[in-house]
Design a protein around this ligand. Sequence first.
Ligand code: NAG
Ligand code: NAG
Ligand code: NAG
Length: 362
Amino acid sequence: MPPFKETAILAASIVGTLVEAASCCDKTTVNAGQRVIYSYPGLTPPHDLYDLTREGKVGGIILFGENIGNSTASVISKLQEAYSSAPCVDHNAKLLIMTDQEGGKVRRLPDEGPFESAKEMGDADDPGKAAAKGGEEAAEALISAGMNMNLAPVLDVYRDEGNFVDGPERSFGNTTALVGACGKAYILSQHDAGVVSTAKHFPGLGAAPAGANTDLQPVTIDLTLHELRSVDMAAYKPALDIAVDMIMTSWAVYPALDAEYPAGLSSKWVRGELRDRLGFQGVIITDALEAGSLTSFGDADKRAVLAAKAGVDLLLASGRNVTQGKVAADALAEALRDGELAQKEFAAAAKRILTLRRRLKL
Ligand SMILES: *[C@@H]1O[C@H](CO)[C@@H](O)[C@H](O)[C@H]1NC(C)=O
Ligand SMILES: *[C@@H]1O[C@H](CO)[C@@H](O)[C@H](O)[C@H]1NC(C)=O
Ligand SMILES: *[C@@H]1O[C@H](CO)[C@@H](O)[C@H](O)[C@H]1NC(C)=O
C-alpha cells in the first residue's frame, strides 16, 4: 500500500481527470437543457441534436409533418437510445416525444386517427364517449409511432362559429360543461394508454376571432377576469381534478390580468392563476417559442428566460431548428448562474419534469 500522501495525490489526479472527462455533466447545463423541447427539419435528426441528447441536455422532442415518414419509429428509438447513453442523467426517465394529434384536420400522423375532429366529438350523441374514443385513437396512433405525449386536447371554449378554434374544428364546443367533460374523457383515455396529455391553451383561446393566430401575430383577448375564470378557465376544472399531466399556456395577451405580457410570459397568469388559484401541480409548457406574437420580446434566449421567470417549466423550441433550442437552453443556464432565475424554483421545475418522465413506459 503506498504511503498516504501518494494515495491522496493519485486520488486527486483521478478525480481531476474524471471531472474533465465528464465536463458535459455540468449540472447547470444539463438541467437547463432538460427544460427544452427541441425540434429539427426533415426526416433525419441532425448530428448536433444527437450530440446534445447523448450529453443529456434535451428534455424532449416535438415532431411535425415534415419529420414523419416510414423511419419515424426507428429515429425515435435511436434518440431514446442516445439519451439512455448519457452520463449524469436519470436513466429511468425517457425523452418526451410529442406531436399534435388532436383529431380531424390537426393530425401530424396523417394515416392515423382520431379522424373525427374535436367539434364532431362534441356534437356526437354521447360526447363523452366520442371524446374517450378520440383519446384512445390518438394514444394508439402515437404509440405506434414510438411517441409518448400528445399536445392535446384543446380545452378552448369557442365563442363564435368559424372563429380561430372553431374554424378548424379544434374546440369540443361552446360551453364550459361540454368542453370540460370531453377534455376529461380524452385525457383519461390517453392516461390509461400511458400517453401524456397536454390541455391547451391556458387560460383560453376560445374568444380569438378567425385569423387571430398567435403563431403569426400578437393577439389580445379582451374579456373580463370574471368571464375568463367562469367560462374559459372553468373548462380546466375536470382536467385538474384528475391531475392532468401537462398544461400549455397561450401566447395571447389578456389585459384583464396583465396588459404587458402574453399569458405564457406572465407570472400573473402562470403563477397567480394556474399554480396558486387553480392549484395545478403538473408540468407547464409554453406554446411555440418562435411565435410571431412574441416579436417584441426578443429572440429565443430572452423569451426562454421570461417564460421561466413567469413560472413555466418546459420551453417549446418548435422552429425545426436545433440552434433555437440550444439558444434557449444556454440562456436558461446563464440566467441560473447569474441569479436571474432562482435555484429553488429551477430545481422544482426540473423535478416536476423528471417525475413525469420517469412514468413514461415508451
Ligand atoms: C414508406 O413505405 C411504403 C411501403 O412500405 C412505401 O410505399 C413508401 O414509398 C414509403 N415512403 C417513403 C416516404 O419512403
Ligand atoms: C352554442 O351553439 C349553439 C348552436 O350550435 C347555440 O344554439 C347556443 O346558443 C350556443 N351556446 C352558447 C353558450 O353560446
Ligand atoms: C435558428 O434559431 C436561431 C436562434 O433563435 C436563429 O438565430 C436562426 O436564424 C434560426 N435559423 C433558422 C434557419 O431559422
